[in-house]
Design a protein around this ligand. Structure first.
Ligand code: ATP
Ligand code: MG
Length: 254
């Protein structure tokens, strides 16, 4: 099966710092891949590269088997890749619908003065939130009043407005309480069930074990291990991240 997103030998330097060194990664439809590693391992740099925020020094990016250059966030979006960054970038004073369509508002025809088509956006907002089972009491309250889990739901919903094949989530459960964390993990399961390719960055190994079909471990810019669901122990995972033992387990039975 062709991967929706495939990275081959991606390298990136910042001055003298080697942020990424020949990293390979593939994500398929209906698959959640967790990207883990200690601080400075290169996770955010890899996400920025596939989001069109940074360009790699070397390596190739393929989307559905075709080489693509993701020169800008717009180019990445056009290639069907959407990213939910850790800060969510929601506008607190705007409501759910306005946030969902921020920068991608639906307008009426020119002869009508290109007015924002609120009812069109509301209908689509309803559909997207329903597809994620995000429940809001009203679509028109400012999002500042919502819970952390609901806000994450809106940020993910915004990524889904353009129906992307690949969704990337940077630390989606950080700063959430236990029950809201569960809600967001359920959201990630739904993205998988919708047949999307999902990449999740997380520092929480419990969340990673719960949600990931595959885990890619980065350390000091290199991929040091890859594990399939059921093919590793918690100790394998931590060992690979810290370098306590070099793991080459590719996900075999244990
Ligand atoms: N814009 C930049 N300029 C210089 N160095 C950078 C830049 N961005 C990242 N780096 C360096 O590249 C390396 C990888 O950083 P990156 O932010 O990708 O790590 P990370 O895995 O996301 O870490 P964290 O878990 O702390 O978010 C680090 O050594 C970092 O200092
Ligand atoms: Mg980071």
């Amino acid at each position: 099966m062709t991967a929706l997103l495939e990275l081959t030998k991606i390298s990136k330097h910042f001055g003298g710092v080697r942020a990424l060194h020949e990293v390979d990664m593939a994500v398929h439809a209906g698959e959640v891949v967790a990207l883990v590693g200690d601080n400075g391992a290169g996770k955010s740099t890899l996400v920025k590269i596939v989001s069109g925020v940074e360009s790699p020094d070397e390596g190739e990016i393929q989307v559905r088997g075709e080489a693509r250059r993701l020169e800008s966030p717009r180019a990445a979006a056009e290639a069907g890749i959407r990213t939910v960054f850790q800060d969510l970038s929601l506008c607190d004073n705007l409501d759910a619908v306005q946030n969902l369509f921020l920068g991608q508002e639906r307008y009426g025809p020119v002869w009508s003065g290109r007015r924002v088509r609120r009812h069109v956006m509301e209908e689509q907002a309803q559909r997207v939130l329903e597809s994620l089972s995000v429940k809001l009491r009203a679509l028109n309250t400012p999002v500042v009043a919502l819970s952390g889990g609901q806000r994450q739901g809106i940020a993910i919903g915004r990524a889904l407005i353009s129906d992307p094949a690949v969704v990337i989530l940077d630390e989606p459960t950080a700063a959430l309480g236990v029950s809201q964390r569960g809600e967001v993990l359920d959201l990630i399961d739904r993205l998988r069930d919708q047949g999307r390719a999902v990449v999740v960055i997380s520092h929480d190994m419990k969340d990673v074990r719960r949600v990931a079909d595959r885990i890619v471990v980065l350390r000091l810019g290199s991929k040091v291990a890859e594990f399939a669901r059921g093919g590793y122990t918690p100790a394998d995972l931590v060992g690979a991240m810290t370098g306590a033992h070099e793991s080459t387990n590719e996900g075999g039975d244990q």
